[in-house]
Ligand binder design. Structure first.
Ligand SMILES: [Zn+2]
Length: 358
């Protein structure tokens, strides 16, 4: 039997992405405000956030229902936010592009799609609320680790243990935490501000681990890191600034400023009390998966597993005051598509290959 052409998989990935995006809309809406009555399992049906009208199956077809309904709720006629359509289209497009562009082996492709399905809600929640739910950053770390361990166990090339004991993804996670943890500690030392939220450091841990999976076989495991850091910061400047301006105008600055001021005050209040030791301990907490224990406790205690959960410990992570998460994610996706090309172009330019000897 002939294998289906790549176009078949690209179309399947697009359709899958649209359905996953539809679910991610539920995650983006419910996860940050999760409570006993409203969480990912409860209620079991989707509803209009304005009039609570329970949506029928034909009102839930990804991409299509939004357009057919004229961007309005059928019952209360109030507008549906463009975000719902945007998240579905974005996820579908990313899924299709990842399958088409990477032509990765099936295990890496599944890991990449799952990872992207975590990045999308992280970006939207962080942008809106200046925080990243613990469960999502945890998933962003566990997906690449699981993919890498699968490769180690099945003795796949490009998944060999480094120095005979360290999984490559663990090295990537470590370097991700060290790069953005250093930014965080430096901001604290310099101005006693939260330059980088702990959620961002946790996300950098996951992306660092995932970068290993898209590094070409035989290359140095950290080959794509410089271009990822560069593209993240660049996208923060190029995309982030207009978004902030636009959002300020959207919300007339009011609510956002209050929120930003509050979180800045919170951060300042806790940070001035903190010590360098506590700052370093927070970074260590990211390194040794302290959030896994925190998440486990929150699940057993039936509390919402968000970073704004009731303070369980004195040194709980503060919600990040600057939403850098979306830009770490954009930087990662840009690196998947352009990273190897940019790295090679730079290396060829800076270190031209020696002409063949006589
Ligand atoms: Zn409605």
């Amino acid at each position: 039997m002939m294998a289906p052409p790549v176009g078949f998989w690209v179309v399947m990935a697009f359709l899958l992405g649209a359905c996953v995006g539809s679910f991610l809309n539920v995650v983006i809406y419910r996860l940050p405000i999760a409570s006993k009555d409203l969480n990912l399992n409860q209620p079991r049906w989707s509803f209009c956030p304005h009039c609570q009208h329970r949506l029928m199956p034909w009102e839930l077809v990804p991409l299509i229902s939004f357009l057919l309904l004229g961007r309005r709720c059928r019952t209360c006629k109030r507008p549906i936010a463009w975000r719902y359509f945007g998240v579905e289209l974005l996820t579908a497009t990313l899924f299709a592009a990842l399958v088409w562009f990477t032509q990765a082996n099936p295990a890496t492709a599944v890991a990449l799609l799952a990872f992207t399905a975590v990045l999308v809600p992280i970006a939207f929640i962080d942008l809106e609320r200046f925080e990243i739910p613990l469960s999502l950053t945890l998933l962003s770390t566990l997906i690449p680790l699981a993919r890498d361990l699968w490769g180690v166990l099945s003795r796949e090339p490009a998944h060999e243990l480094l120095w005979g004991w360290m999984p490559r993804s663990a090295l990537g996670a470590l370097i991700g935490v060290l790069i953005f943890g250093t930014v965080r500690v430096a901001g604290w030392l310099w101005k006693r501000v939260e330059a980088m939220g702990l959620g961002d450091v946790l996300l950098a841990r996951g992306i660092g681990a995932m970068l290993i999976a898209v590094t070409p076989a035989g290359a140095h495991p950290l080959r794509l890191f410089p271009v990822w850091v560069l593209l993240s910061c660049l996208s923060g400047i190029v995309v982030g600034y207009p978004i902030i301006l636009w959002r300020n105008r959207q919300q007339e600055g009011q609510e956002l400023h209050e929120r930003a001021e509050n979180s800045a005050q919170d951060a300042a209040a806790t940070d001035t009390q903190g010590t360098l030791w506590e700052q370093l301990r927070d970074i260590g907490w990211c390194l040794w998966l302290g959030d896994l224990g925190e998440y486990w406790r929150s699940v057993r205690g039936q509390q919402p597993a968000a970073t704004d959960a009731p303070e369980a410990e004195e040194w709980r992570p503060e919600p990040s005051a600057i939403p850098f998460g979306p830009f770490l994610a954009i930087g990662f996706l840009a690196t998947v598509f352009l990273g190897e090309w940019l790295t090679k172009a730079y290396l060829d330019y800076a270190f031209p290959p020696a002409p063949p000897g006589p």
